[in-house]
Design a protein around this ligand. Structure first.
Ligand SMILES: CC(=O)c1c[nH]c2ccccc12
Length: 116
């Protein structure tokens, strides 16, 4: 529809990020993992990412497509699945976020494609 023609990618990406973050009800992914609290984190995770960092990247035009946003979302989930063992709340939260996020990202990709 015409209004989507006038809606820039940035608006779609912001809306998609908001929808993804809404699913993180425990706010486990809201801020970077605190290296002072978790001193061995960087021994396992080479590319930390969280929603606040993703938002800064979005606003500084680091994401040119839904795929770019999706790549950092998948990295954030993968980091969490790797660092936290299977019997933890964090690991379970990452699996849930991955599944709920998948539907949100598929819908966003359709919107991006439909607006040319
Ligand atoms: C997202 C994630 O892995 C974490 C979010 N908060 C944490 C605190 C200690 C260890 C890991 C985490």
């Amino acid at each position: 529809a015409l209004e989507m023609q006038l809606t820039p990618m940035l608006v779609l990406l912001r809306s998609t990020l908001d929808q993804l973050q809404e699913k993180d009800t425990a706010q486990i992914f809201a801020q970077p993992v605190d290296i002072k609290e978790v001193p061995d984190y960087l021994e396992f995770i080479s590319n930390p990412i969280d929603f606040s960092t993703m938002r800064s990247k979005l606003e500084s035009h680091s994401y040119r497509s839904v795929a770019d946003l999706e790549a950092d979302f998948n990295l954030m989930v993968s980091n969490c699945l790797l660092y936290n063992s299977k019997d933890t709340v964090f690991h379970r939260a990452a699996l849930r976020l991955r599944d709920l996020g998948g539907a949100i990202l598929r819908h966003a990709q359709r919107q991006a494609t439909n607006t040319g």
